[in-house]
Write a protein of this length. Structure first.
Length: 131
């Protein structure tokens, strides 16, 4: 369910050509992890680097937020939920954005409707809200 929600969200952003910096960060993290795992066939310590990077990402994006919101780790079972929520969320966001960007590039209707919609808006206000 999380994956489908994030695909819909990312696809909507991609359709309007909205480039989110979070998507670039996700592409970098998962691309680097996949690249390191692929390189581990050549030299095995790359797999340890990939695992370390993935664990650092899970800490930064998941555990740190749980600790901040709950004030501590109430249950150890919460640790299993971090990758079970983060990975589908991130992959759904990436798939949705790529799908939406493809539609933005290949279906001119989305570009024309978006430019018609934003034509009457104040350009200063558009820049402030798109940050």
């Amino acid at each position: 369910e999380v994956f489908r929600q994030m695909v819909a969200y990312g696809r909507g952003n991609g359709r309007i050509g909205c480039v989110d910096s979070q998507v670039y960060k996700l592409m970098a993290v998962y691309g680097l992890v996949c690249g390191l795992f692929a390189e581990s066939m050549v030299w095995w310590p790359f797999s340890l680097l990939a695992l370390g990077l993935l664990l650092a990402y899970f800490y930064r994006a998941g555990l740190r937020k749980i600790l901040k919101v709950d004030g501590g780790l109430k249950r150890m079972s919460y640790l299993w939920w971090i990758p079970l929520v983060l990975v589908p969320r991130d992959l759904g966001l990436l798939v949705g954005h790529l799908w939406g960007w493809g539609e933005w590039l290949c279906v001119p209707q989305y570009r024309t409707l978006f430019t018609a919609y934003t034509a009457g808006c104040d350009p200063e206000r558009l820049r402030a809200t798109s940050r």
